[in-house]
Design a protein around this ligand. Structure first.
Ligand code: DGY
Length: 327
C-alpha cells in the first residue's frame, strides 16, 4: 500500500482525531457531517484505500460490489458492524475493523441510567414539574418500583453486559443472563450471576431485561412478539444495543396494552425513525442512540480507528479485525 493512503471518512469526527488523520494519511474528511448518499458511498469505495464509515452508512453487498481495486480496509468508527456485509467485504479481500472496548463503560452507564429511570418514573416526574403540574409532595404521588432486590436478566454477557452487571450488583439487583456460552466461572462468581441456557425461561422470571448483545442475523427480533409475551406484566425492557433485536411494533403494542410495565430505549429498529406510538407513552424513556456519546469515548474510538489503519498500512494485521465467522 502507498505510504499515505487515501482515507475517506464518512462523518465528522472529533477535531483531535481529524487532525491526527490528516498528519498520518491523505485524509478526506466530512467536515459538514452530512451523511453520504449511497451514490456518494459507492464513489468513496471506488477511490479510497481505506474507508472509515459509521453505523449510519449501509455497506451492503450491492454497494461493496462497486468497490475499487485499491480498497483494502474498512475501519469502522464504532463497535457494531451490522451495517456492513462483512462476509462480502472478506470475499473481496477487504478487511473490516471496529472499535471494541472503548465504549463499554459509557454504554453500561447509560444502560444503568435507563434501568434506574424507567421503574422510578424519572421522566414523568420531570414532565410534571415542567408542566407546572406538581402540587407538592404526596404519599401516593408518582410511585415507581424499587430497584433493590429485583432480578435483572441480561441478554448478551460480553464486555458491555458484564459492565452492566457490575453496576447493577452495586444497586442490589440479582444478576441473571442469557448468552451463547456461559461466561467463565470466576466471572460468574464475581458477578454472582445465574446462567439461563433458555432465553424463554429467563424472560418469564425477570423483573428487568437489558439487551446487550450485538445485532446479527441470529439476534434479529430475538425478542419477538412470542418471546415478549413471556414477560411478566410488571417487567421492564431496556435496550442500548440495537433496535433490530426487538420487534419494535410488538413491544409498542405490549406497552400500550399494559402487558409490560415500561421500556427504556436508546436504539430503534428503523433509526432515525421511531414508532410514533412510542413517543406518547408515559411508561417509556426514549433516547436518540446516545449510549456511547461521551467526548472521551468518541476520541478513544477515533484513536482505535487510527491504530487499526496505521497497523494495517505498516503491513501488520490490525488489532480489531472483525472475523465474519465470529459474528
Ligand atoms: C457502536 O459503536 O456500535 C455504537 O452503537 C455507537 O454508539
Amino acid at each position: 500500500m502507498v505510504t499515505k493512503p487515501l482515507v475517506i471518512v464518512t462523518r465528522k469526527l472529533p477535531d483531535a482525531i481529524e487532525t491526527r488523520m490528516r498528519e498520518l494519511f491523505d485524509a478526506r474528511l466530512n467536515v459538514d457531517d452530512k451523511p453520504m448518499s449511497p451514490a456518494e458511498l459507492a464513489e468513496a469505495l471506488k477511490v479510497a484505500d481505506v474507508l472509515v464509515p459509521t453505523l449510519t452508512d449501509r455497506l451492503d453487498s450491492r454497494l461493496l460490489a462497486q468497490a475499487g481495486e485499491k480498497l483494502k480496509l474498512i475501519a469502522n468508527f464504532g463497535t457494531g458492524v451490522d451495517h456492513i456485509d462483512v462476509e462480502s467485504a472478506r470475499s473481496r479481500g477487504v478487511i473490516v475493523t471496529n472499535t471494541p472496548g472503548v465504549l463499554t463503560e459509557d454504554t453500561a452507564d447509560m444502560t444503568m441510567a435507563l434501568i434506574l429511570s424507567v421503574p422510578r418514573r424519572i421522566t414523568e416526574g420531570l414532565d410534571s414539574l415542567r408542566a407546572g403540574e406538581w402540587g407538592g409532595w404526596s404519599p401516593t404521588g408518582l410511585l415507581g418500583r424499587r430497584i433493590y432486590g429485583k432480578r435483572l436478566g441480561i441478554i448478551g454477557m460480553g464486555r458491555i453486559g458484564q459492565a452492566v452487571a457490575r453496576r447493577a450488583r452495586a444497586f442490589g439487583l440479582q444478576i441473571h443472563y442469557h448468552n451463547r456460552h456461559k461466561v467463565s466461572a470466576p466471572v460468574e462468581e464475581t458477578l454472582e450471576a445465574t446462567y439461563w441456557e433458555s432465553l424463554d425461561q429467563m424472560l418469564a422470571r425477570m423483573d428487568i431485561i437489558s439487551v446487550n448483545c450485538p445485532h446479527t442475523p441470529a439476534t434479529f427480533h430475538l425478542l419477538s412478539a412470542r418471546r415478549l409475551q413471556l414477560l411478566q406484566p410488571h417487567a421492564y425492557v431496556v435496550n442500548t444495543a440495537r433496535g433490530e433485536i426487538i420487534d419494535e411494533n410488538a413491544l409498542t403494542r405490549m406497552l400500550i396494552n399494559g402487558k409490560i410495565a415500561g421500556a427504556g430505549l436508546d436504539v430503534f429498529e428503523h433509526e432515525p425513525a421511531v414508532n410514533p406510538k412510542l413517543l406518547n407513552l408515559k411508561n417509556v424513556l426514549l433516547l436518540p442512540h446516545m449510549g456511547s456519546a461521551t467526548i472521551e469515548g468518541r476520541v478513544d474510538m477515533g484513536e482505535k480507528v487510527i491504530i487499526n489503519i496505521k497497523t494495517f498500512v505498516d503491513g501488520h494485521t490490525p488489532p480489531d479485525r472483525v472475523i465474519p465467522s465470529m459474528l
